[in-house]
Design a protein around this ligand. Structure first.
Ligand SMILES: [Zn+2]
Length: 494
């Protein structure tokens, strides 16, 4: 008997040692070796002029409003004029088309018309300033104030900086007598903040109708987040959005007999709706961990040992990682289709049974989940034929295709990041919000969403919030980055 126990014990110890050795071996080989970056001499740019140009652009309140009749066209026209004044070479050399009255599509013809062009996107519109928070701004939101090393104002980060800095880069390259090998488009939409249907969608449609196929697209998205914002990674991380989530709002409706509330049924219409909401919230869509795993795989070399071991051994610890990440709203959103009940309406008086209740659920779709899957999931989870679902015909979209991290444009994007931001570790990532870039997936396989500036936790709160500002030094780096990326993507080297 003792012998048997001893043998079992030995077997258990041996198995455990094997598991431990396997876990350690995987930890050691985990992650991707960072791409070696050849240091290059960056072109000198004048940060004060760039700052002044951005400040000038901020002073035009190009505010988007969901009620399009309320959008003032004048600031957009004024901004167009100002761009023309600030970038004379761009406007005399490039072809400039005003698309749908307020969007701008610039074409810089390349030497070789056989090569597929590349496109740099951004948007000129901004979100309004919440009147309640107006007094919290240290500088008036449309003042374009420059001081303390910053340019202040609505749109500084989101995203007039990405209108000004590529124009600055092209003006600089033209001054040097540069002509790209590939054609370069600059596409600046005017309604991204309200869906992009009139701006980017039209520009993408125009390119598609001309039979243009793009080699690569860059638009806003992930930025270089300061150290500590990606947990366990001891460096700033350049988050390159390789896809973005889809969007769907479903309206649920319950009808019931009204009547006096003195003799109510077991569940009023509000009770029935509450149960449906409760079920939806407690049975979320399944987790798709691949995006998060992919991001950490590229950061493997920079992670703490514990985190590295965990991600290297998802076969063993995957469930634990997923549980931990699902518990936090920001990381949960990176792994699954989320649902948020955002509106509810029902009942008219305290002593009358509600005859109708409506609730709206906003879903953000993970790549891999289709709109049809979300609707099927909702029906199944609610499990109540008495609840009607209204699926809108428009204002919804699937998650974008995932752009490759192996493709050359991604690799050269990483190169450009390394050249200008050598301290940042690049990693692919999922954009949980929506950008104009989704429209360009119809004409391009390689769409990358990257805002080339350092973002702190504090900065992040200012986007669509108060005291939005960008550092003057950061702006100069952005221009240098565009110069490098334009050369990588469209220069002679390719
Ligand atoms: Zn934006």
């Amino acid at each position: 008997m003792e012998n048997i126990l001893a043998s079992i014990l030995i077997v258990v110890v041996v198995v455990l040692l094997f598991v431990l050795a396997f876990v350690l071996a995987r930890t050691i080989v985990y992650g991707k070796a960072p791409t070696p970056i050849q240091p290059v001499e960056l072109d000198e740019v004048d940060e004060n002029i760039i700052a002044e140009h951005l400040a000038a652009a901020i002073r035009f309140p190009t505010v988007s409003d969901l009620d399009r009749t309320k959008v003032d066209p004048k600031p957009f026209q004024d901004l167009h004029h100002e761009l023309k004044r600030m970038y004379p070479r761009v406007h005399s050399t490039l072809q400039v088309e005003v698309v749908n009255r307020h969007s701008l599509l610039y074409t810089w013809k390349g030497r070789d018309p056989q090569l597929e062009p590349v496109l740099f996107a951004a948007h000129m519109d901004v979100v309004p300033v919440d009147p309640v928070t107006k007094d919290e701004w240290k500088q008036a939101p449309f003042s374009g104030f420059i001081g303390g090393g910053y340019v202040w104002g609505r749109g500084a980060l989101d995203v007039k900086c990405m209108v000004i800095t590529p124009l600055e880069a092209v003006e600089h390259l033209l001054r040097k007598g540069y002509q790209p090998e590939r054609t370069i488009y600059l596409a600046f939409g005017h309604d991204e903040e309200i869906g992009g249907a009139q701006g980017a969608a039209q520009m993408a449609g125009r390119l598609q109708s001309q039979g243009v196929k793009l080699a690569a697209v860059m638009d806003e998205g992930g930025s270089i987040v300061e150290r500590g914002m990606v947990p366990g990674v001891n460096l700033p991380v350049a988050l390159i959005g390789v896809t973005e989530k889809g969007y769907l709002s479903v309206e649920m409706q319950v009808e019931a007999k009204g009547g006096h509330s003195s003799m109510p049924p077991a569940h009023t219409a509000i009770g029935v709706m509450s149960q449906a909401i409760n079920r939806l919230e407690s049975q979320p869509m399944p987790i798709h961990p691949e995006m998060v795993y992919g991001m950490f795989r590229d950061l493997g070399g920079y992670m703490s040992f514990g985190l590295r071991m965990a991600f290297a051994n998802t076969w063993l610890l995957g469930k634990t990682i997923q549980k931990k990440m699902a518990a936090k709203a920001s990381t949960n959103a990176m792994m699954r289709t989320t649902s948020a009940v955002t509106m509810i309406n029902g009942g008219v008086k305290d002593n009358i049974l509600p005859s109708q209740v409506k609730a709206t659920v906003n879903f953000r779709l993970m790549p891999g989940d289709r709109i049809a899957d979300v609707v099927a999931h909702t029906r199944k989870v609610i499990d109540n034929d008495g609840i009607q679902l209204h699926i809108p015909e428009s204002g919804r979209w699937e998650a974008s295709p995932v752009s490759s991290t192996e493709a050359e444009p991604y690799q050269t994007l990483v190169q450009a990041i390394g050249e200008v931001f050598p301290d940042a570790a690049p990693a692919p990532y999922l954009v949980v919000g929506a950008t104009d870039s989704r429209y360009y997936t119809s004409v391009c396989e390689h769409v990358y969403r990257f805002s080339p500036y350092l973002m702190t936790e504090e900065d992040l709160r200012t986007v669509h919030g108060t005291n939005e500002r960008i550092s003057v030094e950061g702006l100069a780096k952005m221009v240098q980055f565009y110069i490098r990326l334009m050369d990588h993507w469209a220069g002679k080297s390719q």
